[in-house]
Design a protein around this ligand. Structure first.
Ligand SMILES: *Cc1c(COP(=O)(O)O)cnc(C)c1O
Length: 383
């Protein structure tokens, strides 16, 4: 059947009809009062979603743009950055820091693992002269399906005093992140993940401490300049021509999210991800991240059964069921496949996807009993 594709990749994610309708409308002028009204509401609701009193800037870029914006506006050449790396996206923050001339130290774990708070604590305790200016870290690491213990890590970082840059691209709007309470200085995200709209916007929350670091930045970014975006935020506008249609669509999806409520949104992601994990195990497959407490609720990484390739699984899921799942990235390519439960995803979608995966594996010759996965998922819902 055509036109019934279910994107289960970790972005772009499915988009609800109300947002699609906005995207089909003629664009508004970006300096019009109509658009300003939409922006005002969107900015307010973004603050709600980000659980912050700080400004949340909207950039016209993919998520990586906000990652670059974060570092370009606070780093000077020679600054010391500690990058906590649990996957490819954590590595990206380290690489961007390097392009700003920073002196980058990596704290890296085997992929599939998370940062041990104790090890971070010990490293920071050694930094007596407070040389580490910035610490970068990922909350939900999309490349592995892990989630760092962000609250605990933030407590340690706050104790040290470095500026924290947190990649919340697949956690904001899916998992609980409390920047004000936990002391996160910069929190970034992207529209095609938990925000239920297509790619094209990125978001950056900047604390007062982040703005102070910006004041000391000798060569801040022009396009992503914090001050320009702060001023625009305060006057319900944007510095340059934004992706007006995406913002109108976002205004609608934020209303959907507000209707559902933050607690319910987080509970849904948790329920779907943990249920999917139960289903995968019931099917006799292995999870890449074995410990539930280290799992992201946005993305689940799964090892293919022996003798069956990731490429074949993805192909049959696509051709027979119109379901798109992601391959692993870089070193993990062909070793895992990743199923997203991020954004506009509900129980019905996941029941269908698990059933489709069971049939796919059967067709490819796996020794599995049909229905075990679906049964485990259904049981997890009434448990
Ligand atoms: C998707 C993603 C990004 C940003 O990627 P873009 O392709 O630039 O949107 C950054 N971090 C994480 C964890 C992501 O999942």
């Amino acid at each position: 059947m055509k036109d019934k594709q279910f994107l289960m990749i970790p972005g772009p994610t499915p988009v609800p009809q109300t947002a699609l309708i906005e995207l089909g409308k003629a664009p508004l002028g970006h300096r019009s009062s109509e658009f300003s009204t939409i922006l005002k509401e969107t900015y307010e609701n973004l603050k709600w979603l980000f659980q912050t009193k700080n400004h949340v800037f909207i950039y016209t870029s993919s998520g990586t743009g906000a990652m670059e914006a974060a570092l370009a506006n606070i780093l000077n050449p020679g600054d010391k950055v500690l990058s906590l790396i649990i996957g490819n996206f954590g590595e990206r923050l380290a690489k961007i820091s390097t392009t700003r001339g920073a002196n980058v130290e990596r704290m890296q774990v085997n992929f599939g693992q998370t940062i041990d708070p104790q090890i971070l604590k010990e490293r920071l305790a050694q930094d007596i002269n407070k040389e580490i200016k910035v610490i970068t870290l990922t909350h939900s690491e999309t490349s592995t399906g892990c989630a760092n213990p962000l609250k605990e890590l933030m407590e340690i970082i706050r104790g040290h005093g470095a500026i924290s840059v947190v990649d919340g691209v697949t956690s904001v709007g899916a998992m609980d992140v409390k920047p004000d309470e936990w002391g996160i200085d910069i929190l970034i995200s992207g529209s095609q993940k938990g925000f239920m709209i297509p790619p094209g916007l990125s978001f950056l929350m900047a604390s007062e401490r982040a703005m102070k670091a910006y004041e000391e930045c000798k060569y801040p970014s022009f396009y992503f300049d914090f001050k320009a975006y702060k001023k625009a935020f305060e006057s319900d506008t944007t510095p340059y021509t934004p992706a007006v249609s995406l913002i109108s669509a976002l205004n609608e999806t934020l209303k959907i999210m507000k209707n559902e409520g933050l607690e319910n949104i987080f509970a849904r992601h948790k329920r779907l991800a943990l249920g999917l994990r139960k289903a995968i195990k019931a099917m006799g497959l292995k999870l890449f991240v074995e410990d539930d407490t280290k799992a992201s609720y946005s993305i689940t990484s799964i090892l293919p059964p022996d003798g069956i390739t990731v490429a074949d699984i993805r192909k049959v899921l696509k051709e027979d069921f119109d379901i798109v799942v992601a391959d692993g990235q870089n070193d993990l390519k062909g070793k895992i496949f990743r199923m997203g439960t991020l954004g506009y995803v509900c129980e019905r979608d996941v029941i269908g996807a698990i059933g489709a995966l069971e049939l796919t594996l059967k067709k490819l010759g796996a020794n599995i009993e049909l229905g075990n996965g679906v049964k485990a998922f259904l049981e997890s819902l009434i448990a």
